[in-house]
Ligand binder design. Structure first.
Ligand code: N01
Length: 545
């Protein structure tokens, strides 16, 4: 456009800048801060929501809280953690929002973020070597670098049940919950889905509602959260160790502090194993998942042991035999830990109460929503006042496929990824020069602690941009060969584990018609970082100009 009169104002109709980042969650804010304040680049962020926090802006459903403990669920940036104090080990969405207010106070990021701005198209202009992005309301931005930080849950998944829009009560998807809340006092609530979200909504709503009915397709093999309040004093005392903790989290498999032990399940005697499981169980959180025997996710027999211990612990909490058989069945629904366990507080006790119920929708699927309730395939109509759809997301790839991204040949990303996902290092794509993404497909994403993942990938992107500038590289594009090899590697690593045998969003299996494939890199942080750093040395797998 010859008449392009660009400005650098955040909300300019025509914006010209060095870097455009999409998304103002943990990833986008980290990149904005580092690229702007440390590399000195002009940066702007486009964010569809009205505030900071990404998923923590959208997720305000009842009981929403993170299931990674602080202080590892936060930035390692000293000027941010230095003056920040949490009140709980696993913070609520309200506290995470306050954390982002604090981040704003310290890093002053908002002035470079255009909120309520949804990107609907992006294309690289081969003549000028600049990205051109369009927003829903017709604004245009041009930038040398384009970074996608939209997270893995940017596209909601709604089932296509007949009559979904005829329901006369209140119906909300978890990621679109009214911020003012929904008054459930005296009401009959249906919760559909038992992912991390459904468990939290059911557990919390049951405290106020007349009754809660959970529609469960696959049992969530939940672990006890062991939530507890934190004092300012204990955090101040611990802060001397934070730099070490932050370094350490990058050396573990998933960017947590716990890690798999270098011992196999049957290396221990029955008694030793029982004692070890008990120890992990008592620690709470993900210790029983990510701090266990190294063969748990590889060997079915080892995995059965983990399931049996879980079963014993969980069944003991449910007195109603019918509910027990649905929530904690004798036969494992899938290999333990190959779907995300939710961290619960009193979910099983709440479900056990006589006024609450659980419906096995694997046996009797939902077939229709009527104006007064939900009909299952056995013809039964259950009546409700409120329906919470906790049916998840077109996870990992859905967001990027839905943004109108086009490669240098004019092919849409949704077309390129129609039969499966191709990327290099889970951060770049062939046909998309000077574009980076993080916390998305083929990176450690779903198998990692979010803030750790955005720092490991964010630091790589920052170093790549810095290196391009230092070497006068104007154009950086992953080769198709490098993509093929990376895709194979992601698959090969996953195929050695028990993940592929389970229908989960990790495998793209939660959305009808989506190709079944491992969406994330399951090789762990140390191996991942080594691969990425190696590629930077001499631009392996990239074409440069
Ligand atoms: O989504 P999910 P989520 N009929 O896809 C069911 C993170 N997170 O929003 O398992 C009936 O996990 C579906 O059943 P099935 C975390 O990484 C973190 O809960 O496919 N049921 C499943 O039970 C998490 O993993 C936090 O058989 C249907 C549920 O809906 C990720 O976000 C909190 C159905 C969807 O579960 C996504 O979690 C929340 C149908 N037609 C989320 N379609 C914390 O940090 C789907 N389902 C605490």
């Amino acid at each position: 456009n010859e008449n392009f009169t660009a400005s650098n104002d955040t909300y300019a109709q025509e914006l010209e800048t060095d870097v455009i980042i999409v998304g103002a969650g943990f990833g986008g804010v980290y990149l904005l801060h580092k690229l702007r304040d440390e590399l000195g680049l002009k940066c702007k962020v486009y964010e569809a929501a009205g505030g900071l926090g990404g998923v923590w802006h959208w997720n305000c459903y009842p009981g929403a809280r993170v299931d990674t403990p602080v202080p590892i669920y936060e930035y390692s940036i000293e000027k941010v953690w230095k003056d920040w104090t949490w009140t709980e080990k696993y913070p609520s969405w309200q506290e995470l929002r306050r954390y982002f207010d604090h981040v704003e106070k310290v890093l002053d990021v908002k002035k470079d973020i255009a909120f309520n701005t949804r990107v609907v198209a992006a294309e690289f202009d081969m003549k000028t070597h600049r990205w051109v992005l369009k927003t829903e309301d017709g604004r245009i931005a041009r930038a040398k670098y384009f970074i996608n930080a939209i997270g893995f849950a940017a596209k909601r998944h709604f089932p296509d049940w007949k009559g979904l829009d005829t329901f006369k009560g209140e119906i909300h998807h978890s990621s679109f919950w009214p911020e003012a809340g929904v008054d459930v006092k005296g009401k009959r609530v249906a919760v559909i889905g038992t992912g991390s979200t459904g468990i939290q909504i059911a557990q919390e709503t049951a405290k106020d509602a007349d009754s809660v009915t959970v529609f469960q397709r696959t049992p969530n093999l939940c672990l006890p959260m062991e939530q507890r309040p934190l004092t300012k004093e204990e955090q101040e005392e611990a802060k001397a160790r934070y730099p070490d903790l932050y370094r350490h989290r990058m050396t573990t498999f998933a960017g947590f502090l716990v890690d798999f032990v270098k011992r196999d399940t049957f290396d221990d005697s029955d008694e030793e194993r029982e004692a070890f499981y008990q120890k992990l169980w008592d620690e709470g959180g993900f210790s029983y998942w990510l701090g266990t025997y190294q063969d748990m996710l590889f060997d079915q027999k080892a995995n059965d042991q983990a399931y049996n211990f879980w079963l014993k612990k969980t069944q003991a909490r449910i007195s109603d035999p019918r509910k027990r058989a649905i929530l904690a069945p004798e036969k494992a629904p899938h290999a333990w830990g190959t779907k995300r366990p939710s961290l619960e507080q009193d979910f099983y006790e709440q479900m056990d109460r006589p006024e609450n119920d659980v419906v096995d929708v694997k046996a009797t699927p939902i077939v229709e929503v009527k104006e007064n309730g939900i009909v299952t395939s056995d013809g039964q109509l259950r009546e409700f006042d409120v329906i919470a759809l906790a049916t998840g997301f077109d996870s990992v790839t859905g967001g990027m496929k839905n943004m109108g991204l086009k490669d240098i040949h004019g092919v849409e990303l949704s077309e390129k990824w129609k039969m499966g996902t191709w990327s290099y290092l889970g951060m770049t794509c062939s046909g998309y020069p000077n574009m980076f993404f993080l916390y998305g497909p083929q990176g450690p994403t779903a198998f990692s602690n979010g803030p750790s993942c955005v720092e490991i990938q964010g630091d790589w992107i920052i170093d790549a941009v810095a290196k391009m500038r230092a070497e006068n590289v104007d154009y950086l594009e992953a080769t198709e060969q490098a993509e093929e090899t990376w895709r194979e590697q992601v698959k090969e690593i996953s195929d050695k584990t028990l993940f592929p045998g389970t229908s989960s969003w990790y495998m793209g299996a939660n959305v009808p018609g989506k190709p079944r494939e491992q969406l994330c890199y399951a090789g762990g942080f140390p191996k991942y970082e080594k691969e990425c750093r190696n590629a930077l040395d001499g631009w392996k797998g990239f074409a440069t100009a």
